[in-house]
Design a binder for this molecule. Structure first.
Ligand code: 5SP
Length: 202
């Protein structure tokens, strides 16, 4: 979505990494799957880590070929150090916020310092696909877009044809969608719909 910033509108079918360690109740994929995917695609591998100690995964995901390492702001006491480690490893930094987490002064300082490439605003409680989009989170998206026109702002959770316009109007330029795409009779049609909505909101 160009929006105020001219950001390139894109729709990444990012790889979700919901490895356990108690941040979310379910285990899904890990670095070995990312590494296998890397061998077959040039696509952006945007790895959203829903893990308790994200610091432990910088090396494994770097070695696996991840492009974006997105960790949960709630899952570490050392966000600045982790941002620097991710960048030193040659990956982009994403910071994810659960619906109830608002950006605080420390997070704004990280973004202002240029340590954050993307903010992931979850519109569902993390862990499982197919949950209902929480419109109440949109003001957080809009505030981030207003304050940081150049920043990639990603929305994830319950995004589909019925909710994409709301997310795009709020300022999201990176969209994560699972159920809406994988359950669709024609997934490519849904992807085009999502991409068009983001581009039109620019
Ligand atoms: O994994 C999460 C959040 O933890 C899900 O939000 C998926 O990333 C997308 O799922 P859908 O809501 O699009 O089915």
């Amino acid at each position: 979505m160009g929006g105020q910033s001219g950001c390139i509108s894109t729709l990444w079918t990012g790889k979700k990494r919901q490895s356990g360690r108690h941040f979310v109740p379910n285990l899904t994929i890990g670095a070995p799957v990312v590494s296998s995917l890397r061998e077959h695609t040039e696509a952006v591998l945007d790895c959203h880590l829903m893990v308790t100690n994200p610091e432990d995964y910088v090396g494994p995901l770097k070695d696996a070929g991840a492009d974006i390492f997105t960790f949960h702001y709630e899952a570490t006491e050392h966000a600045e150090k982790l941002c620097r480690e991710i960048k030193d490893a040659g990956m982009k930094v994403g910071i994810a916020l659960k619906p109830a987490t608002e950006p605080d002064e420390a997070l704004h300082a990280l973004i202002d310092a240029g340590l954050v490439d993307m903010m992931l605003v979850l519109t569902v409680e993390p862990g499982f696909g197919g949950r209902k989009f929480q419109s109440a989170v949109m003001p957080k998206v809009a505030a981030l877009r207003k304050k940081y026109p150049q920043l990639d702002v990603e929305v994830d959770g319950g995004v589909g044809p019925a909710t994409i316009d709301e997310a795009a109007r709020a300022g999201a330029n990176v969209i994560v969608a699972g159920t809406a795409i994988f359950n669709a009779p024609d997934p490519s049609k849904v992807i085009s719909h999502l991409r068009t909505s983001v581009e039109n909101a620019a």
